[in-house]
Ligand binder design. Sequence first.
Ligand code: AMP
Ligand code: MG
Length: 416
Amino acid sequence: MLQFVSMEEAFGEIEERAGKRLISTAQVPLEDAVGRILAAPAVAKLSIPPFNNSARDGVVLSETGLAAAKSGTPIALAGELRAGDSVEVANSMRGDAARIMTGAPVPAWGESIVMIENLDLNDDGTVLINQALEVGAWIRPQGSDIAEGSVILKPGRRIIPEHVQALASSGVVELVVHTKPRVGLCSTGEELVDVKSGPPGSGQIYDSNRPFMTAMMRSFGCDVVVNEHVGDTLDEMVAFLNRAMDASLDLVISSGAVSMGSYDFVKPALEAVGAEIVFHKVTQKPGKPLLFAILPNGTLYFGLPGNPVSTVVNCRFYVHYALSVMQQKPLETPLKLRLENDIEKPVGLAVFLKARCVRGKGGAIVRALEGQESFQTMPLLEMNGWIVLSEHVGSMQAGDMVNFYPSNPHGVPDIF
Ligand code: AMP
Ligand code: MG
């Protein structure tokens, strides 16, 4: 067992173990893939557009039609092409001009399309063009968006609704994705009262970690299969671990009871069931007593210290990292942002600071918030991400560039 590992060593150990425990995969209909991680390349079955089609309502002109248009001569219309007409219908239409609607196939002779706003339709069935013309105008060429047979989405990508557009239009109706990771969790502590059965009595507090962990794991795309509160005894903890192993889970997390107190039973319980403790304690603040273990059935186990902010940090960074590795998701890279205020910190300790990124005059800047103690949850309502400083750096000054990770690891859209 390793003790007092650095943040970097902790990530390294997790990567090594999680890399051997990949989440299983399944083929699912496109709509059901949203939120899942792609496990096999998505290959376009069709080109987009599948045929040359019109980008505007207007008139399609042949080369001869274009020449006539340039000299201001009215051109006879051969007919009308609508969206849904076949390419064969378009090609069988003979002439130098035809009415055409957005999305309709362009006949093989079509050189250019003129928008309806830039022409006059005459009563005698001819058209007069009022505009300088370009070859290829308003024609969407076949395959100009997506080429048939090409890999359009690589494994490791998390599917979002926008992907569904491109996938559906190119005929990808099913995707191979990682199934929802099966997760078990528990909170420990005799002082805790379930949010559904409060209010807390004297000396008691609400259990906030359990609803948090449930919400966070679901936001990471997991199925929370085992969800319990466990009292501060070795027997109860051992019983929980046995139930967790029976449920064939991918990952288990617990909060609390992982420090050095007399009622900190997580480590003894893990040892009692024969788990391998990979590391205990990371040189970081908050969340130093973090424990990472492998249960005898191979399931990954995270023992998160119980202070609410420690639980948030360790879930957001280490548990999320493990789940990413298990789904072969590319690793997160931080934003480099300019710091608004000074941060005091010693070398030799990594810190995760509740932070808020805001628009400054010269671009985005980030501020470490007041209230960094690990019991202080109020700043969680104000923050939109974390400043992460490794143990290798010391104090930082306003104006320095720092690593910023959004609260939501799925991206940056909600940081401003
Ligand atoms: P522990 O890690 O069990 O020593 O707990 C550290 C601190 O976090 C103590 O003040 C606990 O009361 C508090 N705590 C532990 N678990 C929870 C929880 N599930 N919800 C809210 N606070 C907790
Ligand atoms: Mg406790």
